[in-house]
Design a protein around this ligand. Structure first.
Ligand code: C2E
Ligand code: MG
Ligand code: MG
Length: 387
């Protein structure tokens, strides 16, 4: 962030200053080396207790984290550490470096004050992460990805209005991998852009097929789009091109974003959302209630739909607070001119209540599970006959 906003000179100065701090704070007999970029190696030559090392490092990290001054600005630095203890974490220097790296990666993701000591489970994790990343690249080119579709139903008329595309990865070794497991990795590695484009193009082509084979001409497609994609230059153009290639009007498409989009550069995200919305694409905020967004965004952003997160629906009849919350979200959305989708509807009791309080759309296992396109077509036809 410092490199990007203040320039590489500032980045270099911070790394130098940090090295100075580390030298000053280094426990006796420890050694310090620069590993590359913003990574340093600390070596304790003795064989202290594991708990002593963790204590010393925790103290060191907290002092290293003190704000820094550069060119008249106050800079806040975050620091994490991964610990590898010889010989438990490995015999050779190479193994120890690798173990420390796996522990560091875990420390960056966890909330343990930025410190993590290597344990064997971490090496499996980091190995899996590495192979998963290259596997995901292959999955894209070798056709291991597939879209499932979950119907979204109009709660008053019980008709299916759209299908949400939910990606599935059929991994040759691990079997079906949940998107919850690989979407974050795809975001971390930048693979989310080609992956998201794949989901959209596959989804639109399938929508054309489904409209034709089920005689539901106004069926729509809902796709999940990551914040990173929204922020990417050319995203709107890509969407319109994909629509045009399938001869679909923008009204055929609904885009689900998460509240994370509101944490990005607001002028860029707003421009993108406004242009998508102006063309007729429906915009939905997914997993509403789990993020950090301030309600003020809904005054400024062109959002049509709120999708209440399934955790609230799940707890609706378990905790009165959740029941109240769901009701409040529905009124709030309506007050701001938005419609509401309830996710994760699993019981008849939930369905009846949501319908009663005026929630427009329902989605969940009670109505239908996510399914392959080839199963969705007969499902849709059968639903039509019941009308
Ligand atoms: P989401 O967009 O909130 O999708 C709803 C998730 O809830 C889906 O899980 C769906 O299978 C599950 N679900 C639906 N009804 C029920 C129910 O009644 N009970 C329960 N317990 N669960 C229900 P899935 O398919 O595992 O997807 C998880 C998440 O992965 C999605 O959450 C979405 O955030 C992300 N995702 C999936 N496909 C894509 C994609 O193409 N692009 C991006 N960026 N994210 C995706
Ligand atoms: Mg979604
Ligand atoms: Mg959701």
């Amino acid at each position: 962030m410092i490199n990007d906003s203040l320039g590489h000179e500032a980045g270099d100065a911070v790394i130098k200053a940090m090295a100075g701090r580390l030298v000053r704070l280094l426990p006796e007999n420890w050694e310090l080396g620069h590993f590359g970029g913003d990574e340093s190696i600390l070596r304790s030559p003795l064989r202290p207790e594991k708990s002593t090392v963790e204590e010393q490092l925790t103290e060191l990290l907290s002092r290293v984290r003190e704000p820094m001054h550069h060119a008249g600005r106050e800079l806040f630095i975050s620091v994490s550490a991964g610990v590898a203890v010889h010989p438990a974490a490995g015999e050779s220097a190479e193994d120890l470096f690798r173990a420390a790296d796996a522990a560091l990666h875990a420390a960056k993701q966890g909330n343990r004050g930025g410190l993590r000591t290597f344990e064997p489970a971490l090496s499996q994790l980091s190995f899996r992460r590495l192979t998963m990343e290259s596997d995901l690249r292959k999955a894209l080119s070798e056709g291991q990805l597939d879209n499932f579709y979950q119907p979204i139903v109009d709660s008053q008329h019980q008709t299916i209005v759209s299908g949400e595309a939910l990606i599935r990865w059929d991994h040759p070794e691990f079997g079906l991998v949940s998107p919850a497991a690989f979407i974050p990795m795809a975001e971390e590695t930048g693979l989310i852009a080609p992956l998201g484009e794949w989901v959209l193009r596959r989804g639109l082509a399938d929508l054309v097929d489904l409209r034709r084979s089920t005689a539901i001409p106004d069926l729509r497609l809902s796709v999940n789009v990551s914040a990173q994609q929204v922020m990417q230059a050319g995203f709107t153009e890509m969407v319109h091109q994909a629509l045009a290639e399938n001869r679909l009007a923008p009204t055929a498409l609904q885009i689900e974003i998460t509240e994370e989009v509101f944490l990005q550069d607001l002028s860029t995200s707003r421009d993108t959302l406004e242009s998508l919305h102006a063309s007729g694409i429906t915009l939905a905020v997914d997993d509403f209630g789990t993020g950090y967004s301030a309600l003020s965004y809904f005054k400024r952003m062109p959002i049509d739909l709120l999708k209440i997160d399934k955790s609230f629906i799940h707890d609706m009849f378990l905790r009165d607070r959740d029941l109240q919350l769901v009701g409040a979200v529905v009124s709030l959305a309506h007050g701001l001119g938005m419609r509401v989708v309830a996710e994760g509807v699993e019981t008849e009791e939930q369905r009846a209540h949501l319908q009663l309080i005026g929630c427009e759309y329902l989605q969940g296992f009670l109505l239908a599970r996510p399914m392959r396109k080839d199963d969705l077509a007969p499902f849709l036809r059968e639903q039509l006959q019941h009308e």
